[in-house]
Write a protein that binds this ligand. Structure first.
Ligand code: AMO
Length: 443
């Protein structure tokens, strides 16, 4: 079969499938993509040619087609890569409103039979199969669109933060010590030393507020989480901001505006994709003020619902599910017990047991967390000690606090969790191209 493969040669792809429906009748085109399906009615064959933008129908009338086309068609396998030269014909008979009548056909690469996964979705595949042949899974439009939407979400976040005066930065991912505490660290060999993969850009982004005032980073982070949940991965993308001369109220407001900007952007730029995914963005998402509820108030609400949690304990997923019955969509939980939050979070001036921290929730899922930071060296050292950490291990970081560290605040937003909220997918693995979890290191 191999020797029948012809190269692209001088052929150039002239159009993407999404452009074909707006072309005048009779336009000559060269389209290239994957043969998704063939509907064979004997004398007439309908080829479904898919590219990254959608499908086109190539209609072959056997009596009128060249011998070369007919011969190639008899050998073609689904998911082979093909190139078609032909003309666009507008027709009511096709669901798409047009078809391509081919004059020439080339096979650029044959796909083997049988396929490891049904791209049309006619035969559903189980989750493990989908993940193990992810390159095929991602050819399914329902999966591909998630990442088209993610691309637009990132575009919206970047433009929003740019408008607000933030500078995009990149901080190291190979570190000498922990950022978020000692657990969940991946150790790597760094020549003759031990090093660790970054769990977040926390310490660097804080230090950078003393130079840039407002910074953001969209980066990949690593956590050696042992647990297997629908919300955790060992490698994840976080959108982080940090801003000088702001406190947790300011950055919470900024986060709310950022999420609303994303929704506006998606409504304006991705309505077709969202419709195809069956996702409806409600007006409420962008008009409603995100409710803010303190941790203590959340405990009262839970108690009223018969869910007893001691003050100072973290909120478990079952508790958050219960709590989210009170809220539609997005809300903040604020003013957490100091002991539940990391060492860099500033305790409240009124009560040291409570700190200026918040989580952004969507239903029962935590999408982001953030807060006001401690910017005074002595207080930070004290906080490290209280958390059982050794200030000596943080001496490089602490140095910056001796020379004019401004008051500052920030947040970290889990990109994939936001995509889960937008696309309503239940498992974080579905919204990550090649997820890394406790048992998955390939593909
Ligand atoms: P935190 O540890 O809460 O805060 O992380 C911030 C957000 O990142 C996402 N996230 C994860 N997503 C997938 N898999 C994981 N294992 C995972 N861990 C975290 C979540 C979470 O809300 N430095 C602080 C942020 C700050 O205060 O600026 C931090 O890392 O959506």
């Amino acid at each position: 079969m191999r020797n029948t493969i012809t190269q692209r040669g001088h052929w150039k792809k002239t159009h993407y499938n999404c452009q074909l429906s707006s072309l005048p009748d009779g336009t000559e085109v060269t389209v290239m993509g994957w043969l998704q399906d063939v509907r064979d009615l004997g004398k007439i064959k309908f080829l479904v040619l898919r590219d990254s933008t959608g499908v086109a129908q190539v209609t072959v009338k056997v009596d009128a087609a060249t011998k070369n086309i007919v011969d190639l068609l008899s050998k073609l396998t689904r998911e082979s890569v093909i190139a078609v030269k032909g003309v666009v014909k507008r027709t009511e008979k096709s669901r798409l409103g047009f078809e391509v009548i081919p004059s020439e056909l080339k096979v650029l690469n044959y796909a083997k039979k049988p396929l490891p996964l049904e791209v049309t979705g006619k035969t559903p595949a189980d989750f493990e199969t989908r993940m193990s042949v992810r390159f095929m899974d991602l050819r399914r439009r329902s999966e591909l669109l998630i990442f088209k939407i993610q691309h637009e979400v990132l575009r919206a976040i970047r433009s929003f933060l740019h408008e607000k005066g933030f500078t995009e930065v990149f901080t190291p991912k190979i570190l000498a010590s922990a950022t978020e505490g000692g657990a969940e660290l991946f150790k790597v060999k760094y020549f003759d030393k031990d090093a660790y993969l970054a769990q977040s850009p926390q310490l660097y982004k804080e230090v950078l507020t003393s130079c840039f005032e407002k910074v953001y980073e969209i980066g990949v982070y690593f956590r050696a989480e042992e647990s297997n949940t629908p919300y955790h991965l060992n490698e994840f993308v976080s959108v982080d901001i940090e801003a000088a001369f702001m406190d947790y109220e300011d950055v919470m407001q900024l986060l709310e505006e950022c999420i609303k900007h994303v929704y506006h952007h998606l409504a304006a730029n991705c309505s077709r994709e969202l419709r195809e995914l069956g996702v409806e963005l409600t007006k409420e998402d962008v008009t409603k003020h995100f409710p803010r509820i303190t941790y203590s108030k959340a405990l009262e609400v839970l108690q009223d619902k018969g869910f007893a949690i001691n003050w100072g304990e973290d909120l478990t997923t079952p508790a958050l599910r219960k709590l989210s019955e009170e809220f539609e969509g997005y809300y903040f939980i604020t003013d957490w017990p100091t002991e539940t939050k990391p060492f860099y979070i500033k305790p409240s001036v009124k009560d040291k047991n409570i700190c200026e921290a918040f989580d952004l929730m969507w239903r029962h899922i935590e999408l982001a967390s953030g807060g006001t930071r401690i910017h005074v060296r002595e207080e930070l050292e004290e906080s490290l000690r209280l958390k059982g950490l050794n200030p000596e291990s943080f001496k490089e970081h602490l140095k910056a606090f001796d020379y004019g560290m401004p008051p500052h605040a920030g947040w970290g937003l889990g990109l994939s969790r936001l995509i889960m909220a937008i696309t309503r997918r239940q498992n974080i693995r579905e919204v990550v191209l090649f997820p890394r979890d406790r048992t998955r290191l390939t593909p």
